[in-house]
Design a protein around this ligand. Sequence first.
Ligand SMILES: [Zn+2]
Length: 396
Amino acid sequence: MTATPSVPACPVCGGTHATLFFSLTDQPVLIGVLWPDADSARACRRGDIDLAFCPDCGFIWNVSFDPDRIEYDQQYDNSLHFSPTFQNYSQKLVDRLVDTYGLHQRTVVDIGCGKGDFLAMLCEAGGNTGYGFDPSYEGERVSTSAADRITWSNDYYGEEHARLQADLLASRFVYEHIPSPNDFLRMIRRSITDPDRTVIYFEVPDTDLIIRQGSVWDVIYEHCSYFSVESLTRSFAACGFDVLRVEETFEKQFLTIEARVAGTDTGNPGNDTGNLGQLAADVAAFGETQNTKMSDWRDRLTQWRAEGCRAVAWGAGAKAVGFLNMLGDRDTITRVVDINPHKQGKHLAGTGQQIISPQALTEDPPDVVVLMNPIYRNEIAAQLAELGLTPELINS
Ligand SMILES: [Zn+2]
């Protein structure tokens, strides 16, 4: 038994009523790093997750998160860009942003640009000039007709980049990795020298997915901050932004926010006061529901082992690392399929399963495919049918 950690003041609203509601020990700290073999994957660095909920603003965070355990570099690959479903979503988003904010021949900055796909789309769509910041960016990956207008950097974005005078400051799937979100957002605010010019766009995983839809596999170490509509709005307002739009997208898996620097010190939190009481009730029910879900899955895996059922998981992203490591399964689900060719042949953090291509399934056809994200069900079913395979599809 480890001692229960104490709960500090809420990093978003400063409230002191937060309590712990869910804990996991020894989870891999980096889900996006893939390993050359099973042994090194199993020897990866681990950490504890102790989630606290602030009833004053709805913010959820891992009080045991230690940023020193995390180091992002070019091995890190959590790109969703190979999925047509995600690509289609991103393209629509890009078109809307370009349209709404008149982003033609303007300057766009992507903070945490990953492999650069989103920034490339923004620059292609509006003839824009782009600057991408990400320590994990590797030059050879993205091919774009806008290449001569884009500057890539392996630095972290900072106040010194104010000189770029961005019309759009975008940041997708970064804010949930920041242990002091308001400090980060205030730094961004200080980098905006012309409040009338710059729109800020952030996108994060939606806490709704985890808490209300009960997707416990999305609880991962590197996500130290979990936002709801309420807490994301609160965070932006507290840091001096006027919130223009908050939206739950991608079947409530993602949360997007658009904002401008407020005229006054305290921004306008928008109309959406949300429903903190309901969120609090859902959080209270979460621990028990999820412990039951995990124990049901352990029983199912035991049964599959006994029956000699050949099971694979589909989707070697965060959910697969969460799913396999929370269940501690190495021997029942022995392979993980992913359409991203850069992941194939490598091994998943923690439990060490090898990642294979869909085509490799034809050599040893599975009886069951566990879908890490049901949103891709049609896409996956179509690929299996094309390969002449008819396994049972089960949601994780
Ligand atoms: Zn709070």
